[in-house]
Design a protein around this ligand. Structure first.
Ligand code: SF4
Ligand code: SF4
Length: 170
């Protein structure tokens, strides 16, 4: 937690039960995972965070490959809160902050009707889960107070085959 330049790692309270007390967790509302940084993996004394290189992390253009990127999770939109989806208001802050290339957030133009009955053309954001690495920059940057309109969960992460987007009911 101490070496994270973005203050993104915060101690868990009881989310993971008593045995998980003080376990570091990524808190994107406080800070996101810096694409070029692997400091936490270098100092972890137990291997709970695997030691990786920036190339293995693969989040920076020209350093590693997007298809082999380490993923922390996936971002999702809350369309009931997102300004262009819910309030006919322009906003592409999350798309601008998405650090991967090509960006995991893409926008599509849509015509919406505002509260006064005016038709407006807006850009509405979406996530491409095949590109999202779960860095949390979109959640960090979303300007909404309290709950953000885009948030990251751990599904889709690299380390757990069980924590994937679609249920695997064999
Ligand atoms: S930054 Fe927040 S409100 Fe703005 S488009 Fe993205 S999710 Fe919606
Ligand atoms: S978590 Fe958000 S900012 Fe990071 S790669 Fe995914 S969509 Fe982009």
């Amino acid at each position: 937690m101490k070496v994270c330049p973005n203050n993104a790692l915060q101690p868990a309270l009881v989310e993971a039960g008593l045995e998980g007390l003080w376990t570091p967790t990524l808190a994107p509302r406080i800070g996101y995972c810096e694409p070029s940084c692997v400091l936490c993996s270098e100092v972890c004394p137990t291997g709970a965070i695997w030691q990786i290189t920036p190339k293995e992390k693969g989040w920076v253009v020209g350093v590693g490959g997007q298809s082999q990127s380490i993923r922390l999770g996936t971002a999702f939109y809350d369309r009931g809160r997102c300004l262009p989806w819910a309030m006919a208001t322009e906003c592409i802050v999350c798309e601008e902050w998405c650090p991967v290339s090509p960006k995991a957030i893409y926008v599509q133009e849509a015509q919406v009707i505002d509260a006064q009955g005016n038709t407006k053309t807006l850009k509405q954001p979406r996530v491409d889960p095949s590109r999202c690495v779960g860095c949390g920059a979109c959640e960090f940057a979303c300007p909404l107070q309290d709950r953000p309109a885009v948030y990251v969960t751990s599904i889709g992460e690299s380390r757990s085959p069980d924590s994937q987007i679609l249920l695997n009911r064999k």
